[in-house]
Structure formats: C-alpha cells, structure tokens
Design a protein around this ligand. Structure first.
Ligand code: ATP
Ligand code: MG
Length: 565
C-alpha cells in the first residue's frame, strides 16, 4: 500500500513501479536527461536531473545524458561541457550504452541520419508531405482549437514528388522557410499540435557539432520520441507544457514501431512513454535561459556563474552544496500542480547542511580596532572548536595579541536595554580569549569611533572570570598582528519583486535589487589565507561563506532566518 503522506512515492514513481511489475521494461528502467546545450543548467534543471537520475537509480536502471542539440542556432561546446560538469557536481553520473564515445552519453545530432531516413519512410508510406505555405498562411490554415483547420494545398502531392522535394531540402536547394516537412495526421483534431505538425524545417545555420553537414533540422516533437526510442528509453519524463504534445510523441513511436525500429530488450519491445510533471519555479528570480543569457550579455551579472544566478554553477560559487540542492528538490516534490517555491527553503537546506559540516572561523566584515592598553600577554593562542557540533573536527589555535579587530555592530556607545556586547564601562568576552572592559574611545572629526581602548582581566584567559562573575556578551574578533585582510561579497536576492516577470519579460530588469551585491573589506583569522576556492566556512556569528579566490569570500547565507519549512 502506498502511504498518502509519503511524498517521495509520487505519481511518476508509481507509474514506473507498475510498468516494472508488468514487465514492460524488459528488465531495465532507462530514463534520460535531455538538456539543450544552449545555456547553463539552473535549479529547475537540477530538479529534472534529480527526477531523471533519481528514478533510474531507484529502480536499478540507467539514466542517459542526451544533449538535445537539434536546434543549431544557440548551441555550443562551452554549454555542453558545463552541463556535464554541473550534473556530475550535483552527484549524478550517466550510464548505459552511449553512442560510441562515452558510456551513457548521446548527442541527438548523431541520430540525424536515422531521423532523416525515418522521415523518408514516412513520405513513402504517405504519412508525411512537404509543404510550402508561408508562416502566416500556415498558421491560418491550421486554424484554432475549436475550429478545424484546412488542408495544405500540398497535402496530396505524390510520394515521389515529396521525396524529390525533401531530398532537395536536404541538398540545400531551398532557402530557409521555403519548404518544410509535415506529418499527415488530422487537420480537424481538437489538439492543434496534431494538425499536420511540422517535422523538419530548413535552416542554413551550421551546427556546433556537425558543422555544415545539415541545412534541415528536425523539430523537437519529431526528434524527441525518436531519440528516446533509439536509445531504448523506457520512461521519458518532462515538464507539463509537453502534456499536449504527448499524442504526437505516441504517434511518432507508433510509426517507428511500424518501421520495426523499436528496441527489443530481453524479448520485450521497448515502447518509450512520456509523462509530465510541474516545473520548479522560484520566486525572486527568472529561470528562462533566454533571460539569464540576456543578463549575462548585458553584464547585469558577472557571468553565468555569478553567485546571484539561479544556475547550478552560480549556486556552487555561492557556496551551496549539492546535497542541499538535492534535498531542496526532494522537499519541493514531484506533482502535476504548478507552484512557486521560496528561495528561503533552498537557503534553509543549505544552512542545515553547513551547520553540520562547515568549519568555524572568525572574520570581521566591518572592522573597528580595539586596543588593550594593559596588554602584557605577548602573543598567545586562543583554542577554539572547529565545529562545536562535531567533536571529531577538533580544535584550532587562533593567535591573539594586544590589538584586535571587532565588528562595528558589536559595539554601541549608548547601548539600549537589549544590547549585551561591547559598550563603554562594560565587560564583554572576546571569544575563547579573555574578558575585556571598554574604557575610552578615539573619535574622528565627525565623531565616529575609530578606536576603542580598554583593559583585559588577565585571570580570565580562556574566556571566564576566575571569581565566577557573569559576563553576558561574547563577541568574535581577529588579531591585528596576524589577521589577514580579506574581501567579502555580501549577496542578496537578485530581484526585489517576487515575480520579476509580472509585466512580461520586456521590463524585468527594472525589478533588479540594487543592493544584491555589497563588497566590503575586513579581516579574517590567519588560517584562512590557506583557504582554496569552493571551501566553505561558518564565520562565527556572521554567516556562511565560501572562498572564491585567495582571501575573497562570498557570503552563502546568513546564520539564521525566521523561515521554517
Ligand atoms: P528552453 O526554453 O531553452 O528549451 P528549457 O529550460 O526547457 O529551456 P532544456 O534544456 O530543454 O531547457 O531542458 C532540459 C530538461 O529540463 C527538460 O526535460 C525540461 O523539461 C527540464 N526543465 C527545464 N526547466 C525546468 C524546470 N524549471 N523545472 C523542472 N524541469 C525543468
Ligand atoms: Mg526545452
């Protein structure tokens, strides 16, 4: 029995379970993730990756990585390589046969020859024809959902003539748009995708992978089921907008069956099937690759991997972990209902993981100097846990001398009732070091505090007063003599508006958050000079940060948030 509350047993899982039980898979569940290499993958793709690879893994099957490179205009090797890198980083590996070069890996463009011969066979069987209606006419003939369309004047051309034209299309005899190949299905279907859809169009554009080999390219609706069938995919999962295309998917699979092209596995003919789930949407961002590219090109952000981008590479540079992204996708779940997720849930997942794993360090992002006037302690080391939640992480020694940096926000000249940190005449604990009492302030001409002076209690080394008196506040610090100067990039959401596309995609940039990046400089404890890119830390009391380059740290997220999942 399937428990109602068990969201991980979603409808796609139940669907596959049933097919496995009925023996429809020939003993092996095969799925695929089919990105088009026309951009970097984002958090929405990450969800599809989790579903496609996750379902294959759950049933002990295989998930192919297929670059759906059927539209030459915007595709590139750079995108292809980075898609692979990002999927691996998310924790997944494609497997299965592959198209000869790499296990489990396919280029749709390597199937162009087979697609072409399937198309010729459709023509021979009277199931496809060449049409030369212009774009406008074509739309007009197609009609609207509640009114049948009209047949194209070329609908009944002979197979011989159609073959001649189609071969001419391939040979480059015609200009873009002059002819196309259409399936001969049903001009009266209530589903307009079924009204003699276009299968091939002419595009005199070189392909990033095949160069000038082709000037006709297959449409998604024709290419995708063929790719699935040729690869022996059993379960083809995609987003909801393809639901209305499913009859066409099945039509193409039926034609392949007629042409005896379906794979057979353990004597079972593999008929790929498509099912659709709701896409992942996030508030306060945009997810269309076109708009992400626009932001990159207009330099609104610092590339596809800008830590404010919803791309996988951006999230990596932000310090997010693959585990947290997977957990987020699992929590959002798989359903048929469109919804919007709050980026705060993603941050919550990140924080949950980093709280357990990130090494603790001290950093001061808005420094003000503190001078201990009676310091005679020399250079000492405070001993601090690397992670108080994980004893095995051990401890570290942090140098401490008579002058330190503290965060400006940890000092108030006139403290209010709830402020227990540093203030004139008050004692405060310097984390892991000693108790300090603030006595004097040095101010600049405008009256801003530029230096804080005071004394330490020698007997409090380690942090507690020998006489047991209570000191309420504890603050972090960085030693002036040994601390390293560092840059901090403080990120916030990229858009101030929950839905930046609320007035359409033209003006979305007006909703950019002007404060989405603040760059400040401060100091970090000396060990952080050794930190390497992508190492993540908790800067005590300050936030989670990830090293971007030597002594430059990107803020991943704050330590706490009121958000509760
Ligand atoms: P394009 O408009 O360029 O086609 P796309 O986001 O659909 O953009 P694809 O490369 O075609 O990009 O997507 C690969 C796979 O990822 C598809 O199966 C698609 O359904 C899935 N996918 C894309 N966006 C999301 C999303 N927001 N949530 C879940 N799955 C998604
Ligand atoms: Mg797509």
């Amino acid at each position: 029995m399937i428990e109602e509350s068990d969201t991980s047993r979603h409808f796609l899982r139940q669907w596959i379970e049933k097919d496995v039980a009925e023996g429809k898979t020939g003993g092996k569940v095969v799925t695929r993730f089919p990105p088009e290499p026309n951009g970097y993958i984002h958090i929405g793709h990450a969800k599809a990756v989790c579903v496609d690879f996750g379902m294959a893994a759950l049933f002990g099957g295989e998930c192919h990585l297929r670059l759906d490179d059927t539209n030459p205009a915007k595709e590139s090797d750079e995108y292809a390589e980075n898609i692979k890198k990002d999927i691996n980083w998310l924790g997944f590996q494609w497997s299965g046969e592959g198209d000869g070069v790499e296990a489990g890996f396919y280029n749709a463009s390597n199937m162009f020859e087979q697609m072409y011969s399937i198309a010729e066979e459709l023509i021979r069987r009277g199931q496809a024809y060449c049409c030369n209606l212009g774009q406008e006419e074509w739309k007009e003939y197609r009609g609207v959902p509640d009114k049948p369309g009209r047949p194209s004047p070329s609908r009944d051309t002979s197979s011989e003539r159609n073959l001649e034209i189609f071969r001419g299309m391939r040979a480059g005899k015609y200009a873009d748009g002059e002819w196309c190949l259409r399936a001969k299905i049903d001009m009266a279907s209530p589903n307009i995708h079924f009204r003699d859809p276009v299968l091939y169009r002419i595009r005199h554009v070189p392909h990033y992978h095949l160069g000038d080999k082709w000037c006709i390219y297959p449409m998604y609706d024709f290419a995708h089921p063929i790719e699935d069938a040729l690869e022996g995919v059993t379960h083809s999962m995609c987003t909801l907008e393809f639901e209305v295309h499913r009859p066409l998917y099945d039509w193409v699979v039926d034609r392949m069956d007629e042409q005896n092209l379906l794979k057979v596995r353990n004597s079972v003919k593999i008929r790929p099937q498509q099912r659709e789930f709701a896409r992942l949407n996030l508030t306060h961002t945009v997810m269309s690759k076109r708009l992400l590219l626009q932001m990159v090109q207009e330099k609104v952000v610092d590339g596809w991997d800008d830590p404010r981008m919803p791309t996988v590479c951006g999230m990596r540079r932000r310090g997010y972990t693959p585990g947290a992204i997977r957990e987020f996708c699992a929590r959002v779940g798989v359903s048929k209902v469109e919804s919007e997720s709050d980026p705060a849930l993603l941050e919550w997942c990140v924080r949950e993981e980093l709280n357990k794993t990130a090494l603790r360090k001290m950093a001061v992002v808005d420094p003000v100097k503190v001078v201990i006037d009676n310091w005679q302690g020399g250079a000492r080391n405070a001993v601090l846990p690397n992670n108080p939640l994980d004893e095995a992480a051990g401890t570290r020694e942090v140098p401490f001398g008579g002058e330190i940096w503290i965060d400006r926000s940890d000092f108030m000249e006139e403290p209010d009732k709830k402020f227990f940190r540093m203030a004139p005449g008050r004692e405060v604990r310097l984390r892991g070091a000693c108790i300090f009492k603030c006595n004097d302030l040095v101010k600049d001409a405008e009256g801003n505090v530029v230096e804080i002076h005071g004394t330490w209690d020698e007997e409090s080394w380690g942090g507690n007063a020998a006489d047991g008196r209570k000191v309420k506040g504890t603050i972090h610090w960085v030693d002036c003599a040994t601390g390293k100067k560092a840059e901090f990039r403080l990120y916030d959401r990229l858009f101030i508006e929950s839905n930046p596309l609320k007035d359409g995609s033209d003006g979305f940039l007006k909703y950019l958050n002007p404060d989405s990046l603040k760059v400040v400089s401060g100091f970090v404890e000396p060990s952080l000079a050794e930190a390497n890119p992508l190492e993540r830390f908790q800067f005590e009391r300050t936030g989670y940060f990830v090293c971007d380059e030597k002594l430059v740290f990107n803020r991943t997220c704050s330590l706490k948030d009121s958000y509760k999942p």
